[in-house]
Design a protein around this ligand. Sequence first.
Ligand code: MLT
Ligand code: MN
Ligand code: ZN
Length: 304
Amino acid sequence: MRIRVLGAGAGGGFPQWNCNCHNCRRIRSGEMRGLKRTQSSIAVSSDGRHWLLFNASPDIRAQLEAFPDIQPREGVRDTGIRAVLLIDSQIDHTTGLLMLRESTRPLDIYCSEMVRQDLSSGFPLFTMLEHYCKVNHHPVPLDGSGFEIPGIADLKVYTHALKSKAPPYSPHRHDPHPGDNIGVIVEQISTGRRLYYAPGLGEIEPHVGAAMAAADCVLVDGTFWQHDEMARAGICEKLALDMGHLPQSGEGGMIETLTTVAKGRKILIHINNTNPILDEDSPERKTLNEAGIEVAYDGLEINL
Ligand code: MLT
Ligand code: MN
Ligand code: ZN
């Protein structure tokens, strides 16, 4: 199985257009050793030709342009994208669907009923796309059961509900429903190798721990280092968990979880621009290195 990180940043990307935080300022001025990152998305394939796209970021155009293996091969209009799976309805994970409107066939989109509702009401992308390429919506299970996706051979996908947050625009922002966010296990049928992908993860419930333990690679929520990181940066008072993201540091945090639970390769993704781990010379990055935890970057390829 091949996994391509198209974008490893959280909403806003890194640097964020209007942000002058410690990281954004220093990456612009060249004072920091690190990499810029576009917004959160990955693509997975078993044959390197037919790809399942996870999330569609506002930066999708540049992300596809930077990745020849997903580009047109045959005919006047073509793409390696066979289907799109959305893990939530957040702006950074869905706005790129508008950029796919020129598709010559309806977009096959796999998502929960809650996400379908958000994208048909508060942020009516599905409704809008009816006037362009149209959408074939495929509901996903929330109980961890598996399914295959036509056009993508040798991969089986298992989806389960997570405790995280619906987007600020959603009617469910403060009224959580199963399916506002999901975690995904992708298994290559012929090899049994497994990826666990959960870029928005607020709580390590037993089924999440089990998925992490059984995966050859976990690619999980790396948004914040600290619970009050946004407040410390003088940006806003919102806490990590108010936004549905488990911070890395502290008791019960993502580092402790990954160290005790995950058995395979451990990679953080969806990194917010305020997070000190973006600075490759920071003590926080050193802590991750010592714990054997990697930080995803745009263009990272994982072969499982
Ligand atoms: C989040 O996951 O909390 C988002 O990145 C927020 C956003 O897109 O504004
Ligand atoms: Mn996000
Ligand atoms: Zn910033």
